[in-house]
Write a protein that binds this ligand. Structure first.
Ligand code: PGA
Length: 250
C-alpha cells in the first residue's frame, strides 16, 4: 500500500507568533496513524516548527532550497542548513517557484540532485498552466517536467521521492480539477514513471494532488485510486480545515 501523505504549504504566510498559534492548534488534533502529515513554514520558522513538533507525528518540510552547498548566493538557504535545523523534506518545483523565480527543469534537476545527496526527501511538483491545458498539451508538459527535472535520478532514489501534481490553473483560484481529471493525470504520471523506470517504482511512488483542496472536496479527490494525498495551500493555514482534509482518508 502506498504512503498516504498530506502536506501543508504555508507559503509566505505566518510570522513566528502566528506560526506558534497554528502549531499549537495542530498539536491538539489527533493525527490518523495511516497518514503522514507535514507542514512547510517559511525559512525563518523552520527551526521553531521542528522544535515545537519534536515529539509529534507532524513533520516539517522546507518550501525550496538552493542547489549549491554553500557560497556567495545572497539570500539563499542550503540543504545542509535545512538539515541542521531538523528539516529532512523539501518541496521542489512548486509552480510559484517556476513562475516567479525562473526555476526551470534544468535548475530543478540540480536541486533534486543536491537534496538527494543530502539524503532529503523531495516533494517534486509538476503541473500545466491553463493555456497549456486548453491547448491539450498537459500530458506533454508534465512529461517534460518529469524527464528534464527528475528522471536523471537512479532507481534507488525513488524511495525519497513524492510527486505532487498541481495544475497551475487550480492553485489558489478556488477552481479544482474534477476528481476524474485528477485521476486521469495521476494515472498518466504513474504510466510515465513506469515506462522510464519500472512498474514497481511507479506503483510505490505517492502522488499528491494540489490545487484548491478543501474539506468539502478532499474526500472525493483522495478517493481516486491514483491519488495518494494532497499538497494543501490556503486550507492548510487553518488547523481545523487542514485536519479535516487529513481525515478525508478515513
Ligand atoms: P492552494 O495551493 O491549496 O491554495 O490552491 C496549493 C499549492 O500551491 O500547493
Amino acid at each position: 500500500m502506498r504512503k498516504r501523505i498530506v502536506a501543508g504549504n504555508w507559503k509566505m504566510n505566518n510570522d513566528l507568533a502566528e506560526t506558534e498559534v497554528l502549531l499549537q492548534e495542530l498539536k491538539k488534533q489527533v493525527i490518523p496513524e495511516k497518514v503522514s502529515v507535514l507542514v512547510a513554514p517559511s525559512f525563518t520558522n523552520l527551526q521553531h516548527a521542528f522544535e515545537s513538533l519534536r515529539d509529534h507525528p507532524i513533520a516539517v518540510a522546507a518550501q525550496t532550497m538552493h542547489q549549491s552547498d554553500h557560497g556567495a548566493f545572497t539570500g539563499e538557504v542550503s540543504a545542509a542548513m535545512l538539515k541542521s535545523v531538523g528539516v529532512k523534506t523539501v518541496i521542489l518545483g512548486h509552480s510559484e517557484r517556476r513562475a516567479y523565480f525562473d526555476e526551470d527543469n534544468a535548475l530543478l534537476a540540480e536541486k533534486v540532485t543536491t537534496a538527494l545527496r543530502h539524503e532529503m526527501t523531495v516533494i517534486f511538483c509538476i503541473g500545466e498552466t491553463l493555456q497549456e491545458r486548453k491547448q491539450g498539451h498537459h500530458v506533454e508538459v508534465v512529461t517534460a517536467q518529469l524527464e528534464e527535472g527528475l528522471f536523471h535520478i537512479s532507481e534507488n532514489h525513488w524511495q525519497h521521492i513524492v510527486l505532487a501534481y498541481e495544475p497551475v490553473w487550480a492553485i489558489g483560484t478556488g477552481e479544482t480539477a474534477s476528481p476524474e481529471q485528477a485521476q486521469e493525470m495521476h494515472k498518466e504520471i504513474r504510466n510515465i514513471v513506469a515506462s522510464s523506470y519500472s512498474e514497481s517504482i511507479a506503483d510505490k511512488v505517492s502522488i499528491l494532488y494540489g490545487g484548491s483542496v478543501k474539506p468539502e472536496n478532499a474526500k472525493e479527490i483522495f478517493g481516486q485510486p491514483d491519488v495518494d494525498g494532497g499538497l494543501i495551500g490556503g486550507a492548510s493555514l487553518n488547523a481545523r480545515s487542514f485536519m479535516e482534509i487529513v481525515s478525508a482518508f478515513l
